[in-house]
Design a protein around this ligand. Structure first.
Ligand SMILES: Nc1nc2c(ncn2[C@@H]2O[C@H](COP(=O)(O)OP(=O)(O)OP(=O)(O)O)[C@@H](O)[C@H]2O)c(=O)[nH]1
Ligand SMILES: [Mg+2]
Length: 259
């Protein structure tokens, strides 16, 4: 990655990308938080422009984690399964509201025998993406365990969660809508934002990663502003939230499934 090269034009985020389902979204506001927009306009984003946000992608073997990352980062799709051994990562540079912002996407192994290597890379994540296959209900059940393992290495109140159903192209509309009901329930229980994607067709892949970039950026700027306010008045001030901040209006508690 060349940090000095301009950001690709198709990685510029000028408006807040919308959620996939309002019932399971991190928030449903139509625009970036107004304090984030004004901080960007006035160049008061502190260290955010130099930051690299770590995103970890976890889930059962062969659910499509590597294909999801490759579809977005390289616009490729491989129909042959090659298990990830340990971990791999890709860097993606964005520009959000005129501020440079980089994501480091950690692709971890789902196979049990590689899991202990992969889990040593979980620490320090700003977002956790838990992937399951929409055609495999067991992989949805296992997402609770993947979340619990990832949260052992991260502070639950400081991490944002996405639950992603993969291989949407392989299910009929009827099968998909039955599965979506269960997935929305699991996402609400975890306080995760739900998405369904296909890496084969590319459906929703770009929208999903743009949403990840936008929400991690927004939370980084809000954290920076809170730190700034705390320094100025010697006390932490919470940036005002509204009822459209579904999961973000209250600090995250440990999800029930992980207690
Ligand atoms: N039809 C279809 N097949 C997919 C899709 N995504 C992945 N696959 C296939 O599913 C298999 C597994 O995909 P991977 O991305 O390697 O799975 P993984 O989750 O990275 O697996 P591990 O690295 O072992 O944890 C491959 O044969 C892919 O071609 C999709 O969106 N649609
Ligand atoms: Mg893989």
């Amino acid at each position: 990655m060349n940090v000095l090269a301009p950001v690709r034009r198709d990685r510029v985020v000028a408006d807040l990308p919308q959620c996939f389902r309002k019932e399971a979204a991190l928030h449903t506001r139509p625009e970036f938080h107004s304090s984030v927009t004004s901080a960007c306009q006035e160049q008061r984003t502190g260290t955010v422009g130099f930051k690299i946000s770590k995103i970890i992608v976890v889930g059962d073997l062969a659910v499509g984690k590597t294909c999801l990352i490759n579809r977005f980062c390289k616009d490729t799709f491989d129909k042959n399964y090659k298990a990830t051994i340990g971990v791999d990562f890709e860097m993606e540079r964005f520009e959000v509201l005129g501020v440079p912002f980089s994501l480091q996407l950690w692709d971890t192994a789902g196979q049990e025998r590689f899991k202990c290597i992969a889990s040593t890379y979980y620490r320090g994540a700003q977002a956790i993406v838990i992937v399951f296959d929409v055609n495999d209900v067991a992989s949805l059940d296992h997402t609770r365990q993947w979340l619990a393992d990832a949260l052992k290495e991260n502070d639950p109140s400081n991490v944002i969660l996405f639950l992603v159903g993969s291989k949407k192209d392989l299910s009929t509309p009827a099968q998909y809508s039955r599965m979506e009901k269960d997935a929305l329930r699991v996402a609400q229980e975890m306080q995760a934002e739900f998405w369904a994607v296909s890496s084969l067709t590319g459906e929703n892949v770009r929208d999903f990663f743009f949403r990840v970039a936008a929400l991690t950026f927004e939370s980084s700027v809000l954290a920076e502003l809170e730190r700034g306010s705390a320094r100025r008045i010697g006390d932490a001030v919470r940036i005002g939230s509204t009822e459209s901040d579904l999961y973000l209006s209250a600090p995250r508690k440990k999800p029930k499934c992980c207690q």
